[in-house]
Design a protein around this ligand. Structure first.
Ligand code: HEC
Ligand code: HEC
Length: 385
């Protein structure tokens, strides 16, 4: 006859199975891994890929902004270890934790330990700074997004510095966070990265408490309210007219006279001095005679001068204002133009689909508007058969 049950008494004592406790609720885990993914996308598109990837960078940034906002709501409404309250430690307990760690007697926490908690707040803070300055850069440099009516190009260059520095800070913090997770996983023999996937940790914590109910209804209502306020608000701001960009009136004389041999270059692409010099030398215009009668010449000169690079706040106008003193009549001789296009082989410009580097609109779908948005760039491909 088989005996069912423990054969030896010692089995009863020593094989108490490990209990696994739920620590991270599903929303926090989903938040964590979505944030990891979108920060990876934003980093690659921001640091490694050319400006034409801006749209993907913006989508990643928007997702990050929404995730962080949502996490703040959940920090007040989630289950126990998701709430900020559960991981705000006093300075003293943080120092004690550090000392205990160094003496090798620190206990395990179910949620974040004091150092991990500090890291969470540092990460959220730097991500916030990156998102907010990113929106300011987008507004001032590209005249896009909700701040486009409020930020100048010069302002955007300052925000850009902060945006880049904060991004480096975030990278360093992420490194510290990973080091902390690896160290703590080694020290406690529990894979904390897996715990952020399953939500479970083995028991035996210093301060263990029940998970507690989340206030999901409140979280959903607050998020819905934020969405109802923020989405139309952002749209309304985005539809304002951009800072320092006045509507360009059409001028038929300019379009026909200056658009017959090459595209009619937007007046904001050169400064007043250059336009004046071009207009007073039309009889010898880059080897061509482009002379005009006095009335047409005056009309076009006035038009170009009153909408010149000095009077516009687009990135192109700000950069192209800075002409090469030796060749002040050429947009394509400016340092900025050469820098932006130095990866493009001469054969690409002379290809049948483009013709010449002066044919801006072949690659810039918005060349006529003078804006030259990164999202509007695509180089037409030669058909090869
Ligand atoms: C008869 C033909 C012709 C007409 C008309 C003409 N251009 Fe040009 N333009 C040229 C040529 C040729 C060049 C040299 C670059 C090229 O090969 O396209 C040039 C170059 C330029 C450039 C420098 C482009 C660069 O490389 O940065 C500017 C600016 C310019 N033209 C402005 C004007 C303006 C303003 C008018 C109207 C008043 C005008 N052009 C009318 C033939 C013309
Ligand atoms: C063969 C295609 C091509 C032509 C023609 C061309 N560009 Fe570009 N341009 C590009 C590409 C590609 C970039 C993006 C470079 C990068 O981000 O590294 C660019 C970048 C720029 C930028 C910066 C835009 C931004 O948002 O980053 C400006 C301004 C610009 N071009 C102006 C001009 C002007 C003005 C002309 C005509 C005189 C011109 N381009 C002709 C392909 C072209």
């Amino acid at each position: 006859m088989d005996v069912v049950g423990p054969r030896y008494e010692s089995d009863l004592i020593h094989t108490r199975p490990t209990r696994f406790l739920k620590v991270w609720d599903l929303p926090v885990r989903v938040f964590h891994w979505l944030l990891v993914t979108s920060i990876a996308v934003a980093s690659v598109t921001g640091w490694l890929l050319p400006a034409s990837w801006l749209q993907i960078h913006l989508i990643a940034g928007t997702v990050i902004g929404c995730l962080v906002l949502w996490r703040i709501v959940w920090g007040f409404t989630g289950t126990r270890y998701s709430r900020f309250r559960s991981f705000i430690f006093s300075a003293r307990s943080t120092v004690t934790h550090l000392k205990d760690l160094m003496e090798g007697k620190a206990q395990r926490e179910a949620g974040h330990n004091p150092l991990g908690a500090l890291m969470v707040f540092a990460l959220l803070g730097s991500i916030n700074a990156i998102v907010l300055t990113g929106v300011a850069v987008l507004g001032g440099q590209f005249k896009q997004g909700p701040l486009k009516a409020f930020v100048s190009f010069a302002g955007a260059m300052n925000y850009r510095e902060i945006h880049s520095v904060a991004a480096v800070v975030l990278l360093v913090l992420v490194g510290g966070h990973l080091a902390g997770v690896i160290f703590e996983s080694w020290r406690t023999r529990e894979n904390l990265a897996t715990a952020m996937v399953t939500g479970m940790k083995s028991d035996g914590f210093a301060h263990e408490a029940p998970m507690a109910q989340s206030r999901t209804g409140v979280a959903v209502s607050v998020s819905a309210l934020l969405a109802v306020l923020l989405i139309p608000g952002a749209y309304a701001l985005t539809s304002l007219s951009p800072f320092g960009i006045a509507a360009l009136p059409r001028n038929a004389t300019w379009e026909t006279e200056c658009g017959s041999c090459h595209m009619a270059f937007h007046p904001s692409l050169l400064p007043v001095k250059s336009w004046a010099a071009i207009m007073s030398g039309l009889s010898q215009h880059f080897g061509e005679d482009a002379s005009l009668d006095a009335a047409a010449k005056k009309e076009i000169t006035d038009y170009l001068v009153s909408h010149s690079a000095e009077s516009w706040d687009s990135m192109a106008a700000n950069r192209l204002r800075d002409v090469d003193p030796a060749r002040p009549l050429e947009i394509t001789a400016t340092r900025f133009w050469l820098h932006m296009h130095n990866d493009i082989a001469p054969a690409v410009f002379s290809s049948k689909a483009i013709g010449a580097k002066q044919n801006c609109s072949a690659c810039h779908q918005d060349a006529a508007s003078g804006m030259f948005a990164p999202q509007e760039i695509s180089i037409p491909q030669e058909k090869t058969e």
